[in-house]
Ligand binder design. Structure first.
Ligand code: ATP
Length: 253
């Protein structure tokens, strides 16, 4: 239900030798909300995402997703429960078309399809997955390029295609790692409008983003990391005016 915690992070810590990349970070993300995770370069944002999604194991701390602890588990554990992430760098399957790229998002559903395939239902199952991929593209106004080669699309549309792929997995929680990087101002506004629409439809979103202005206008809550430490967490207006945040961004003491 909207407002109930979907993601609860507590004491999350990652050490690399003497470097503490993430230091005792805790926050809760309510269902149906957007949380922005911001901070200067090297603050530990991607490392947090990696621990939440299961790409790396934390040194300490817990990640609770839909009530279940998933820290240190492989990425498919969260994925099967509805946790989907995108990456900072584009992950484009250049040899296939746009709909094929979005179809990849159905992978965890597709595994169930293998069982159905053994029962002789695979053709139908595959068709259904492709239909869903097309529907997502239509809804995101990429229907006209469904048949285009993925690598032929301009960068901004490849980014949108990635969001479509993530949506095709029908996530409960979507982690977006710098989705606006490389987009034009107009494309950023379009993506922000899309994310608001998804949030209003009930999706929970956590985004790491360098465009602080976009995050402040888009997110319901904002968490700020600096040098691995969570220095602020709250509504955008409060966070924006927090002296610690201002210092972190201006780099003065
Ligand atoms: P950016 O905004 O530049 O992407 P970030 O906030 O995502 O930065 P991280 O990439 O999470 O920051 O890095 C946090 C810190 O941890 C940095 O000091 C980085 O050098 C260090 N770090 C990250 N991964 C490793 C690793 N595999 N080995 C050693 N140090 C690492």
């Amino acid at each position: 239900a909207v407002g109930e915690p979907i993601l609860e992070v507590a004491g999350l810590t990652k050490r690399y030798g003497g470097v503490v990349a993430v230091d005792d970070v805790g926050f809760t993300v309510p269902a149906g909300k957007i949380m922005g995770l911001i901070g200067p370069n090297g603050a530990g944002k991607t490392t947090c995402f990696n621990m939440i999604s299961g790409a790396i194991a934390p040194t300490a701390g817990t990640v609770r997703f839909l009530g279940e602890e998933i820290q240190g588990r492989k990425p498919h554990v969260g994925a099967l429960k509805g946790l989907t992430r995108t990456f900072q760098n584009l992950q484009v399957f250049a040899s296939t078309d746009v709909v094929g790229n979005v179809y990849m998002g159905r992978y965890r559903k597709g595994r169930a399809g293998i069982v159905r395939g053994m029962l002789g239902l695979q053709g139908r199952e595959q068709y259904a997955h492709e239909e869903i991929a097309r529907e997502v593209l239509e809804a995101m106004r990429l229907g006209d390029v469904a048949g285009s080669g993925a690598s032929d699309l301009p960068f901004g549309r490849q980014r949108m295609m990635e969001v479509c792929r993530a949506l095709a997995s029908e996530p409960a929680l979507l982690l977006l790692d710098e989705p606006m990087a490389g987009l034009s101002g107009k494309e950023r506004d379009m993506l922000a409008a899309l994310l608001r629409r998804l949030r209003d439809a009930g999706l929970t979103i956590v985004l790491v983003e360098h465009d602080v202005a976009q995050v402040m206008s888009l997110a319901d809550t904002v968490a700020v990391l600096d040098d691995g430490v969570l220095i602020a967490h709250g509504d955008p207006e409060t966070v924006r005016n927090d002296p610690k945040v201002i210092v972190a961004y201006l780099g003065t003491d």
